[in-house]
Design a protein around this ligand. Structure first.
Ligand code: ADP
Ligand code: MG
Length: 864
């Protein structure tokens, strides 16, 4: 290090503390990066890599970006999951002795981004932290620096904490380096997440107020780790941080990560985007804050009946008051993102335009308040009471800030005339001076008779009189003092002009300085009101979500659900909200669902594509909609309140990684079976599909029996194993339903209508016919089916339970045994040989490729 220049030594010293970040090192008008940072950044950002002499033998790799263009580069790096440390010059270079002092003023990370395109205004940008405690307990905290809200909880297992993490959508997680590799690995498996370390779990004065209400030490430490990280990286006062809200996972309907994904609550499985999800369907909010609150409600449906019914009651009122609702919606569109504005005020990067947005938003509040006040409902009146307009701020901003201020806060033209006397005086002087100059120009033209004479201004020479070369002869000797010669003109000054110039420039400089000062005072004043603005933001968001529910419910003909306490579930003409929306509403076939009264498990059979999965999901989504406080897509709905919803889908046949997807399927199923209670809703969609027929069916059956005997959760189980339908006679609380299809002109038509009883037929052959397989092949398949079905009749109804092994033997018999195949009588010895070799195969041990090869051989034998 000794051989490096002092500046490079300074760089290395700072860099040593920010190993995991790109260090943006301020040098004049540039942020420079050196060494490995430079090499990597030049690749990621596609900027030129250069080098500089740094005192050592080799030149040092270097690249840089102009400071004014830095935000876009920083954004690119953050977007890719990197961190950026901003190192500024912290003393005036003119006064510095030796190397200018430099310090890191902020560490920008994916979870602490305050601005930029990477921030979606309709989503929170959470930073999460996880702490591990004894007995496999994990503390979990999140904070959104843009809005200042934080939450903390304690979970009982790694699965549970990972669920919370997935729900938060956090892009950065703060943990301790001592946390197990397994935790780190699991976090990384869930997608692109930046891991950051913070060891300090002490609570400090600077944020003790945010934590003092937490009594549990572990919970406090979890939140403290997060705050210590925030303060360490942001290095400034974070006045907008609100007291941490403690919650427990049991306070809400639990929907784990797999279920959320499978139900496509906030994003679709395929595109991972919002479009096509339940949230997409619901989002008729008018403000960004409302949209964020809506997402948090969808993520956490309620289980407290009173709270749910309170929401329903407001939706009810807004639903019936159509005109009032439209007025409220219109007003809401004029309210900007108060939460994030509050964040920016506290953070110190608010500009005058933001304050105008704040003013415009606050001005809507009294109007909104009176609209809500007049609604005929006690609950909405309470909402109205909480709409505090913060008049002190609107008054001040109305008086102080012009309507269309510039973006920059350092170049003046922000403060209104009449707000400050001193400023008015400067402005008067400057305007007066300019007026004087305009008059001077007129006078001099008359005096000299030069019509093109003009008075101009530039930064170097100040004010000057300009006369074109052609007119110079009209000037008297020594009339003006010569200052600058151009190709076509001469520029002059006079003592009077210079005197006025000094006055004008002084006034302008002073007024710009004063404006900045006034602006910061106003900003500080508004800062005092941050908690009030944040409270207001919450009420506005809530109102926005509730009006959104009313709007959707009316537009899509939803009805208000009611809740049962006797475990009954009755849905009349229910629909899948999203499928109904994306297809023509008239084409959607509504379905009833009736559970409870000894119907706890519905076993759903029916051909592929008939609507089994859709039906199951519509029941789950109806319950979720009801419990977030919305109306539901049905003509009538009486529902129990579910504590948890589980949704599992059997893995599709996957030849390449068959084993591992089946493992995933079983792990997901386990998680549901272990955690479900009597009050849960389970959807098992073709569980057991991911393995060979017999053990898949065996597992499916034992899972159903287990739920029936041990859990008694409400369960919808769809299956393509027709054999399972006999369970209807053996398990008292299981009922068969099926999705009907009819044949029209020998073709299958799906009616998508759920009916009682088991499906009587697999329509596979008809589907094959639709696909126009050769007629001969179809005829043969029908023949085989008949043979199989006559063989199947042996599985008599007297049997207590379907024993999987028995089934598989029966089925194997009908496939491979000679007796039932009619062609048997006149078999040639060659045919017998073929049959022998067929019988000797152990198909369960075969790979698909081997099976194909053997089939090929057999076919050849048979044909020869
Ligand atoms: P399955 O699970 O039985 O294979 P799906 O539930 O996936 O069938 O449904 C297949 C398709 O049928 C859906 O994508 C949808 O287009 C249509 N469908 C399902 N249910 C209905 C319904 N009730 N009304 C109209 N169309 C439906
Ligand atoms: Mg399906």
């Amino acid at each position: 290090m000794a051989t490096y220049t002092p500046m490079i030594q300074q760089y290395l010293k700072v860099k040593a503390e920010y190993q995991d970040a790109f260090l943006f090192f301020r040098l004049g008008d540039f942020y420079e990066m050196f060494f490995d940072d430079a090499v990597k950044a030049s690749q990621v950002l596609e900027i030129t890599l250069t080098s500089r002499d740094g005192g050592s033998e080799d030149r040092i790799p270097m690249c840089g970006v102009p400071y004014h263009a830095a935000p876009q580069y920083i954004e690119q790096l953050i977007e890719k999951g990197f961190k950026v440390a901003i190192c500024e010059q912290t003393e005036d270079p003119k006064q510095a002795k030796g190397v200018v002092r430099r310090e890191v003023v902020q560490l920008i990370t994916p979870g602490t981004m305050m601005e930029g395109k990477g921030l979606n205004e309709r989503e929170n940008n959470y930073l999460a932290s996880i702490s591990r405690f004894a007995d496999d307990q994990y503390g979990f905290a999140v904070s959104d620096l843009t809005t200042g809200e934080s939450q903390v909880t304690i979970t009982k297992s790694m699965d549970e904490v990972l669920n919370e993490l997935a729900t938060s959508g956090a892009r950065e997680v703060v943990i301790s380096a001592s946390h197990t590799d397994e935790l780190q690995k699991k976090i990384r498996e869930r997608g692109q997440v930046t891991l950051s370390m913070e060891e300090d779990i002490q609570s400090y004065v600077s944020f003790e107020a945010l934590l003092s209400h937490l009594t549990n030490v572990e919970i406090k430490q979890t939140a403290a780790r997060l705050f210590n990280y925030l303060y360490r990286t942001q290095k400034r006062s974070l006045d907008h941080l609100q007291a941490v809200r403690f919650y427990t996972v049991d306070q809400y309907m639990k929907i784990d990560y797999y279920s959320k994904r499978n139900l496509e609550l906030t994003e679709t499985i395929r595109s991972k985007g919002k479009k096509g999800s339940l949230l997409w369907l619901l989002d008729e909010t008018k403000t960004a804050m409302g949209s964020r609150m809506l997402k948090s409600w969808v993520d956490r449906p309620l289980i407290n009946q009173q709270q749910i019914e309170l929401r329903h009651s407001v939706v009810d009122t807004l639903f019936s008051c159509y005109f009032e609702r439209q007025e409220i919606r219109e007003k809401l569109t004029e309210v900007y993102d108060l939460e994030r504005l509050a964040g920016r005020i506290a953070f110190g990067n608010v500009n005058a335009r933001d304050l105008i947005q704040l003013k415009k938003s606050l001005l809507q509040i009294p109007l909104l308040k009176s609209m809500v006040e007049n609604l005929p409902n006690e609950a909405t009146k309470q909402l109205a009471d909480k709409l505090e307009p913060c008049e002190e701020i609107t008054d001040l901003l109305e008086r102080a800030i012009v309507d269309n201020p510039p973006l920059s806060i350092k170049e003046g033209n922000i403060i209104s005339d009449g707000y400050n006397e001193e400023l008015d005086r400067y402005r008067y002087a400057s305007r007066n001076g300019k007026q004087w100059i305009a008059e001077l120009e007129k006078e001099e033209r008359e005096k000299t008779g030069i019509k093109s004479l003009k008075i101009g201004y530039n930064r170097v020479f100040g004010y000057y009189i300009e006369v074109t070369r052609a007119n110079l002869s009209l000037l008297k000797e020594g009339q003006y003092e010569r200052k600058q010669t151009l190709a076509n003109a001469e520029r002059f000054i006079t003592p009077d002009l210079k005197e006025k110039e000094t006055l004008i420039l002084e006034a302008e400089e002073k007024s710009t300085e004063l404006e900045y000062e006034l602006f910061t005072t106003i900003r500080e004043y508004v800062k005092e009101y941050i908690p009030q603005i944040q409270r207001l933001a919450k009420v506005v968001s809530e109102l926005d979500v509730l009006q959104c529910f009313a709007e959707i419910s009316e537009a899509r003909h939803y009805t208000k659900p009611s809740f049962t306490t006797d475990r009954r579930l009755v849905i009349k003409n229910g629909r899948h909200p999203v499928v109904e929306k994306v297809m023509n509403a008239q084409e959607y076939v509504p379905n009833d669902c009736h559970m409870g009264d000894e119907r706890e498990i519905l076993l759903i059979t029916g051909p592929n594509m008939s609507g089994k999965s859709t039906y199951m999901r519509q029941v789950a989504l109806t319950s979720i909609l009801a419990q977030i406080g919305c109306y539901v897509p049905a003509d009538e709905a009486k529902l129990p309140i579910f504590d948890q919803v589980f949704t599992r889908i059997g893995a599709a046949d996957d030849l390449i990684s068959g084993q591992s997807t089946f493992m995933v399927e079983m792990l997901e199923a386990k998680n549901a079976i272990v955690n479900a209670t009597r009050n849960s809703l389970i959807l098992f969609d073709e569980i057991g599909r991911g393995t060979s027929t017999y053990d898949g069916m065996a597992l499916a059956q034992s899972i159903i029996e287990y739920i029936h005997e041990r859990i008694e959760a409400k369960t919808l189980f769809s299956t393509h194993y027709h054999e399972l339908t006999v369970l209807g006679e053996q398990l008292s609380m299981l009922n068969n339903v099926h999705v009907s299809a009819i044949e029209q002109n020998g073709k299958v038509v799906f009616l998508h209508k759920i009916k009682e009883g088991a499906a009587d037929k697999s329509y596979g052959i008809h589907v094959a016919e639709l696909a126009e397989l050769p007629k001969e092949l179809i005829a043969r398949a029908n023949e085989i089916l008949q043979a199989l079905e006559s063989g199947d009749n042996t599985s008599s109804k007297e049997e207590k339970k379907v024993v999987p092994n028995k089934v598989s033997e029966d089925a194997q018999l009908s496939f491979f045994a000679e007796p039932k195949v009619e062609v048997k009588a006149n078999l040639s010895s060659k045919e017998k040989k073929t049959l022998e070799s067929l019988k000797s195969l152990n198909i369960l041990e075969m790979t698909p490729m081997q099976a194909f090869n053997i089939l090929f051989d057999l076919h050849k034998q048979a044909k020869s």
